[in-house]
Design a protein around this ligand. Structure first.
Ligand SMILES: [Zn+2]
Length: 439
């Protein structure tokens, strides 16, 4: 129980850290959809300081974020109500205020005293609403914006928690199994990750239910017991028309190629290279010695480039979902050092960020993503199964089979192999032990 309490208290520290840092108006733009916060938390050093395994750390971050979003929703609802009750506002004023709250490009900027940033149709709607305001429009907007700021100041509170008995764990932080008790009887239970590497703690279970996904845990120290609550991933969207099985292949240049022969994220490599080159060039100019101001500018510009790239990655994944309509996606397992939380160490993101977002979005859209054995994936012929090493004199991005002569784009061939391997059961999953023998 002590070890669990220790984990629970660390999770509470993480939540309070997130509350403190991201619940204010300055962070409003960062919390939707939240991966900026996740990335910043990754590099914050807090996890290392607390020695808290990632399987507890990130759920704590997301729980706190959810709480912050809930509070914002609450604040907005309250302001809507206040506006409706206020007789001093004309219908046009109310229209403007409701619009300003609804769009984050408006709301966050107004609260932070910046000009609004809207595009396309939203911009036009904004302008038409503004043009209907009575009197001096600029003065009116100023007054209405001031009203919004005042309302938010009044209704937004600092969040803090001292509840530490609740925390959550990722799926890979636990497994079901059996252990013998002191009398030598086998008992069913759950093995939970602890702060010590490779040491799991066994908790006997009273029922036979098995859950998947994030597990919410409640400690009851006075009874010496633990309760597991199933958490429902609230915003899963199921798509009835998503019924295809596809293979994909990730790349550093073209972000994603599918077995159906399409490329998504064709600008990925170019954008990433620009970011990388910029980093190298600017670091040379603004090394540690130089004055602070240009360095700050450099960091701000780099962050902007990163945000643009992230946005692009997410948009292209969405576009892939919409046009491929997959129910199942097969992809090769990446070498562990390119994946997950360590990706930031690479300076350039490589494929880590893409994989992470892809998995997250699959989960959100109820798409199954299945990792297949990745060894020599791009050297195998997707038609006859023979292995061909790249021949000298051949184009790098062309695959040509030395056995049957099949020629195909290297990435498309690899994506087709991912699909073949997945369908034939060569998956990286304990249910398919054949994966190793087929290597
Ligand atoms: Zn072949």
């Amino acid at each position: 129980m002590e070890r669990l309490l220790d984990i629970a208290k660390s999770c509470m520290t993480v939540r309070n850290y997130v509350y403190q840092k991201y619940s204010g108006i300055q962070s409003l733009e960062k919390i939707y959809p939240g991966y900026t916060v996740q990335n910043e938390m990754t590099v914050s050093g807090l996890r290392e300081k607390l020695n808290l395994p990632a399987v507890y750390f990130y759920p704590a971050v997301f729980n706190a974020l959810r709480e912050i979003k809930t509070q914002w929703a609450h604040v907005k609802r309250n302001i809507y109500a206040a506006i409706n009750k206020n007789d001093r506002f004309t219908p046009q004023d109310k229209h403007y205020l409701r619009f300003a709250i609804k769009f984050d490009g408006c709301f966050a900027n107004i609260l932070n005293g910046r000009p609004v940033r809207l595009q396309g149709e939203t911009r036009q709607r904004y302008e038409s609403i503004v043009s209907q305001l009575q009197g001096d429009q600029e003065e009116r907007i100023k007054n209405l914006n001031r009203y919004l700021c005042r309302q938010v100041r009044k209704k937004l509170h600092k969040i803090h928690t001292d509840k530490f008995l609740y925390f959550s764990v990722w799926e890979r932080g636990y497994r079901y199994g059996e252990a013998k008790n002191s009398e030598g009887q086998k008992r069913r239970g759950i093995f939970l990750t602890t702060k010590e590497p490779r040491k799991r703690i066994f908790i006997p279970l009273t029922d036979a239910n098995q859950y998947r996904g994030i597990l919410d845990i409640k400690l009851k120290p006075e009874k010496g017991s633990v309760e597991f609550l199933v958490s429902v991933f609230a915003d899963i969207k199921s798509h009835k028309d998503y019924c295809n099985e596809i293979g994909i292949s990730l790349g550093l240049w073209n972000m994603l190629t599918t077995s159906t022969g399409y490329t998504y994220g064709a600008e990925f490599g170019r954008m990433q290279k620009e970011l990388y080159d910029y980093g190298i060039r600017e670091r040379r100019i603004y090394g540690k010695e130089s004055s602070k101001a240009p360095r700050r500018q450099y960091i701000a510009h780099r962050e902007k480039m990163e945000a643009t790239l992230k946005n692009y990655v997410n948009r292209e994944i969405n576009r892939m979902f919409e046009s491929e309509k997959p129910a199942k996606i097969y992809m090769a397992k990446l070498p562990p050092n390119q994946e997950g939380e360590n990706y930031y160490l690479f300076r350039v993101w490589k494929k880590g960020y893409v994989t992470q977002r892809l998995k997250w979005k699959c989960r959100q859209n109820d798409i199954e993503i299945i990792e297949v054995f990745g060894n020599r994936l791009s050297a195998e012929c997707s038609v006859c199964g023979a292995f061909s090493e790249r021949q000298q004199g051949h184009l790098y991005d062309q695959f040509q089979c030395t056995s049957c002569g099949y020629t195909e784009d290297r990435k498309i061939n690899a994506a087709k192999n991912a699909l073949n391997r997945g369908k034939s059961g060569r998956r990286l999953n304990k249910a398919y032990p054949a994966a190793d023998s087929l290597a």
